[in-house]
Each structure stands twice: as C-alpha cells, then as structure tokens.
Ligand binder design. Structure first.
Ligand SMILES: [Fe+2]
Length: 251
C-alpha cells in the first residue's frame, strides 16, 4: 500500500500551471521606467503581485541593456531599483527581489564585458540575448569571451530565434560550448507564435533547457501567464525535464 502511495505522489508532480515549474523567475522587466517593461512603480507592483499570486517565490529581474535603444548601465539599473525598493517595502510584497540584466550581444557588449560593466543574475551567470531574426556572426566568440572573463552565459529564449530553429544543430552547439538555455514559459502558450511554441517543445524533447523565466514586461504577459494551462502532452514534457531545471535551486 505504501508503494502505491509513493507512486501516486510522484505522479502528482505533473502540473498544468506553467508557474509551478519555475518557482524562481530569473528573467523579467519589472524595474520602473528603464526599458520596455514596467513604465512606473504601480505597474511594477502589479506585475510582481501577479507573479507571486501564481506561486513565484523569488524574482531576479533583468532589464535590457542594448547599445541602441536601452542604454542601461549598472548605475541606471541600481537607481531604478532604489526607486522601487521603498514601494515594495511599503506594500504587501514579501518575496526576495533582486536584479541582474539582459545583455544583447551587440557591437558594444564586449566593451562592457572588458570594462567590468556587467551585472550577473546570480553567482557568475549572466543573461544574454541575440537578435531574433539573424545569427550574430560572432556568436561562438561571444560565448568564449564571456567564459574567459569568468562568467557562465545563459542564453535567453532560444526558442524565439528563428534562425536557430532553421539550423537546429546550433542549439546543440551552443550547449556544447557551455551556454545554458532559458525558456520563456509564455512560448508554450503560443503567445509569440506557433514556431516559437514548436521550437520550445523541440528543446524540451531534447532536454536542452536548464532555466525557465517569465520575460514579464506588461499586463498582457501577466494575463497569459496567469490564465494559461498547458496541455497533457506539454505537461508530460515539462515533467520529463523537471529534474534538470535549476530554478528552484536558487531559492
Ligand atoms: Fe527579456
């Protein structure tokens, strides 16, 4: 009888709620007014409350750092955090909240790396992204340089890079080079499109992800994140990946 109970408990791990697989959110845009995420502290608070309502227990937010559009530095990010902190303290939000950044691998990235202008998400892990539509010609070199500087690259939402989905060996190659892969959980809802959803499932089938994130920017993201339930097939895929997803180790 005891064995039957154990077996049943193991099966209960399958959840149709995508938040249940994340626990710690390592990718979001919740600091007020410094990128295309929350424009003000009211929105920051609303999004953070929405994440906690879905069971997220810790948030490491990650404002964009780009040469052209979002020219953030460790100082601008810290200033935004200083604005939000007292608002969080005065509210009922009571979960650990910290920040790193999301770095676009653009022509200025290596300067930032070499000048020590890098904010890791945690430990030595830094979150990086590439353009959506085309492969940066120096992708492998960027990975190498990040590692040579003592960091571990975490590639944000690989399922959204259609140039990779059309050249699937690239996923395996960046993994082999030591890059960790982070899925946007909203990809599984079809929010970004069918190709992105199919690609996320392909990466799950091949056990290529180590981290999940919400990439929460605004209330539409929150609504999708809150309301969506994965289908049976996807729940089984998520369950199969459960042990290798490392988010909960960051609690
Ligand atoms: Fe992002």
């Amino acid at each position: 009888m005891w064995f039957f109970t154990k077996k049943k408990k193991a099966k209960e791990r399958i959840s149709y709620d995508i938040g249940a697989y994340m626990v710690v959110d390592i990718h979001s845009h919740l600091l007020p007014g410094i990128d295309d995420g929350a424009p003000d502290t009211d929105t920051s608070l609303k999004l953070i409350n929405g994440l906690t309502a879905k069971g997220i227990q810790k948030i490491i937010t990650s404002p964009h750092v780009m040469a052209d559009i979002h020219k953030n530095t460790p100082e601008t990010i810290q200033q935004a955090s200083n604005i939000l902190s007292p608002v969080l303290q005065a509210s009922s939000v009571n979960i650990p909240f910290s920040y790193g950044a999301e770095y676009l691998l653009d022509e200025q990235f290596l300067d930032k790396l070499n000048n020590g202008q890098i904010l890791p998400l945690f430990d030595d892990h830094i979150l990086v992204e590439t353009p959506f539509l085309y492969r940066p010609f120096n992708l492998e070199d960027h990975i190498f340089q990040i590692q040579a500087a003592g960091y571990t690259p975490v590639l944000a939402h690989p399922e959204r890079y259609l140039y990779m989905f059309t050249e699937q060996e690239l996923f395996f190659k960046v993994k082999d080079l030591g890059c960790k892969l982070q899925m946007n959980v909203l990809s599984l809802t079809g929010y970004y499109g069918k190709s992105e959803k199919d690609c996320a499932k392909f990466l799950l089938e091949n056990n290529l992800y180590e981290y999940f994130g919400s990439d929460m920017h605004h209330e539409r993201h929150l609504w999708n994140f809150s309301e969506f339930r994965v289908d049976e097939e996807t729940a089984r895929l998520l369950d199969k990946n459960y042990n290798q997803i490392l988010n909960r180790n960051l609690l």
